[in-house]
Design a protein around this ligand. Sequence first.
Ligand code: UDP
Ligand code: MN
Length: 278
Amino acid sequence: PVKHKNESPTALDDIFISVKTTGKFHQSRVQIIIDTWFRDAKLQTYFFTDIDDANFVQQTGGHMVNTLCNKTHTRKDLSCKLGAEYDHYMKSNKRWWCHFDDDNYVNVGRLVAMLRDVNHTKDFYIGKPSLNYPFVTTYEGEEVRFWFATGGAGLCISRALAIKMKPWCSDGGIYQTSEKLRAPDDCTLGFIISNRLAVQLTESNLLHSHLEILNKLNPATLTEQVVSLSYGLGAKRQNFIQLNDSRFNIPISEDPTRFRTLHCIIQSDLCKHSVRPY
Ligand code: UDP
Ligand code: MN
């Protein structure tokens, strides 16, 4: 662990966790999070959504933020939401901002362990690169190229870096920068950080989105190393993690994302004694 002068090692309470969601996914996606990993980071996790939903406000202990952004899966609306996540993070005094999508499972203990080894007073942008080559586009008539981390794999930004991002981010700035760049929200973050601020993306192989083939991940590493993972359950492709722990054999029909099963394996003491361990 990195320890600085007069400072405690980074702990869970030093992290602000934001989860992007939308009204129509509260039941189908947010509920699973509340039933699983949210329990491990109740005070640190906030959901950024686009409706007032009394049921979920209650279930999260008031940790649902209605961003007042519009409700579509378009660049404008997603950047609006990420902007709200940034603004809320800046108001917290935490060392780290970690963003996730609502189809991510976060292994909270591993997240803390990952960040314990990184100096939050330096500039850090930790994520999974979206492409294996730099993204190229134009900004104010100039060609720009940069790497960016996939939002859907989860990413973390140190406070030192978040402060430097202000000119492009604060007060809805992410939305405006994303419009000028004509690029999605996660791509815009990469532009601000790795192009404007020349801070390199720190690549982590502990973060996984559904752009990967998730059943290729080794079940043992899922519980012991992986910080985040995801699922994709479309009509065309069923993409979810493979688990092989005979103690927690929840059928796929009852746990298609596998998050409930995974959570039981990670929190084995919690689930051991009940028939339906969630
Ligand atoms: N999302 C949203 N509004 C929408 C659709 C999606 O805010 O109208 C959020 C969703 O909750 C998730 C993220 O955007 O956190 C990515 O959405 P999704 O997983 O459906 O699509 P992907 O981009 O991963 O294919
Ligand atoms: Mn997704």
